[in-house]
Design a binder for this molecule. Structure first.
Ligand code: TRP
Length: 336
């Protein structure tokens, strides 16, 4: 069996928050250090375009996300870390795959169907209102990301599983027409990765505006933690750890022994104010060294740019010759 190739994309539309950290960044960085694993990580800035964010927001988010992964210790010697838009072979492959993709397949994408449904429920006369072609064909660009590097395993959240399955369908159809050139990928869903609740108790997500930025300064971090929703139990009253956002966040950062100790405090009736202070101090200490490095990178983006350039060179050493083969297979050839 050939070695597995892992590939993960991060859409550059937001500021990294602690939910991203425990759900994707921390496990991703741990995997990047494994010498037995071949890992690709990239900033999906072309996907960010599809979300119609402001140009400043996309540029800033790209810097923030790259700086966060680097500051937290991503191993860019062992893994390949690049920016999607630095690899011109990806949009070329996207078009080739678009020619192999049934429109009906895109019609069935959950994300697209949800947007149509929202329009219908909102009483719009146009079910496709506000839906660009980029949003509609988003899964094809994602398929190109995956297939370009012969990925076998694609770690994603549940919401992206169908997109990886579409990449499989598209690759199979391509191979059927043109010969076995593409590697069929598999989604890798880790049900153990933590999904953190946000300030209001719902899943921490940019779309709910309930996040705690990973590198918030101490003052802001403290302020946000003080806002986390609790129930009205008084200090001295025993508290349930189950369903407590404060407990869940603490657990995501702390060791099992520390978590056990906190559970005891809950049973003994720790006050919510004290628990918030404790959580603030814990996260603040945990993040501090990386926060300093993050700030250094944000202040000197040329360092980040150089890292990404190095990653793009490694990536293109693969994508350029591979795309050549694919172009040849579909009939785009030198004439003599
Ligand atoms: N669509 C993914 C998301 O929003 C990001 C992404 C783009 C991706 N291309 C990818 C993930 C390729 C895995 C593989 O989370």
């Amino acid at each position: 069996m050939a070695q597995d190739i892992y590939l993960t994309g991060i859409t550059t539309t937001g500021t990294p928050h602690i939910g991203n950290y425990v759900g994707a960044i921390r496990p991703g960085i741990a995997a990047s250090k494994d010498p037995k694993k071949k890992n690709f990580y990239f900033l999906a800035d072309l996907h960010a375009l599809a979300k119609a964010e402001s140009p400043e927001r996309i540029a800033r988010s790209t810097l923030e996300i790259a700086s966060a992964w680097l500051a937290l210790g991503l191993d860019t010697d062992n893994a390949v870390f690049y920016r999607q838009s630095d690899i011109p072979e990806i949009p070329q492959l996207t078009w080739i795959l678009t020619s192999m993709t049934a429109k009906g397949l895109m019609n069935r994408a959950h994300s697209y169907k949800a947007m149509v449904q929202a329009n219908e429920e909102g009483g719009s006369s146009d079910p496709d209102k506000g839906i660009s072609m980029a949003l509609y064909s988003y899964p094809i660009l994602m398929a190109a990301d995956i297939l370009m590097f012969r990925s076998t395993k694609v770690p994603v959240g549940r919401d992206q599983k169908q997109h990886v399955e579409m990449a499989r369908d598209i690759a199979q159809r391509f191979n059927h027409h043109y010969g076995d050139l593409l590697v069929i990928p598999e989604p890798l869903i880790d049900d153990n990765t933590a999904v953190l609740a946000g300030l209001d108790g719902r899943k921490m997500s940019k779309s709910y505006d309930n996040t705690i930025p990973l590198f918030a300064d101490e003052k802001q971090l403290r302020k946000l933690i003080m806002k986390i929703k609790t129930n009205s139990l008084e200090p001295g009253e025993a508290k349930d750890t189950e369903g407590s956002t404060l407990f869940e966040i603490y657990k995501a950062f702390a060791t099992p022994a520390e978590t056990k100790a906190i559970a005891k405090h809950f049973a003994e009736g720790i006050g919510w104010g004290d628990m918030k202070q404790l959580l603030f101090e814990y996260i603040s200490d945990h993040i501090k060294p990386a926060r300093e490095e993050y700030q250094r990178l944000i202040d000197d983006p040329a360092i980040v740019e150089a890292e990404l350039k190095r990653g793009a060179e490694k990536a293109r050493a693969i994508s350029v010759p591979y795309l050549d083969k694919i172009r040849h297979a579909v009939g785009i050839r030198k004439l003599g």
